[in-house]
Design a protein around this ligand. Structure first.
Ligand code: CMX
Length: 135
């Protein structure tokens, strides 16, 4: 499997409206996209930092995974997303190597990327996303 770069870091926040001014006014980044991902029950806000993006995640529902994460662990780093070439092959390979897949097949995520998550129990506590831009 070939990881080309870290595509984004996902950060769980209670409110995009409250968090975005920190990234814009303190760090001087520009929010270039806000997008709802309905099936994940999140609203996302994106910033570019060189080749890496920051993805802020706000839950749109009290029973969403991000709402549950914040309730249990507080706001903060939620996942790391690695860009791969050939996501289906990559998933088969990590599964063969004993890593527990949350998504057995890629699905569409924010910005139209093909994405799949690996379970943090298998990845030393870091919820890990593999993604590929097939747009
Ligand atoms: N990072 C690290 N560990 C995490 C975690 C995270 N983001 N989320 C949950 N965990 C841990 C919990 O702390 C818990 O650990 P303990 O057993 O030691 O307490 C364990 O994983 C199980 O967690 P849980 O609260 O019972 O939560 P669930 O099993 O309901 O769900 C997970 C956990 C990772 C399977 C679920 O969040 C998931 O399917 N995530 C993938 C989808 C997702 O995160 N979508 C939102 C982002 C979408 C996007 O970027 O577009």
């Amino acid at each position: 499997m070939k990881v080309s770069h870290i595509e984004h870091i996902g950060i769980a926040v209670k409110s995009l409206d409250e968090a975005i001014p920190y990234y814009e006014n303190v760090l001087g980044l520009k929010c270039y996209n806000i997008e709802e991902v309905a099936d994940q029950k999140v609203r996302t806000a994106f910033f570019k930092v060189g080749d890496v993006k920051i993805e802020l995640l706000e839950s749109t529902s009290e029973d969403g995974t991000v709402a549950k994460f914040i309730e249990k662990r507080g706001q903060g780093v939620h996942h790391v997303a690695f860009a791969v070439d050939g996501i289906e092959r990559a998933l088969a390979e990590v599964s063969e190597k004993g890593v527990e897949l949350i998504d057995k097949a890629p699905r569409k995520g924010a910005e139209g990327l093909d994405i799949a998550f690996l379970h943090p129990k298998s990845t030393f506590g870091v919820l890990t996303e593999l993604c590929e831009d097939n747009n």
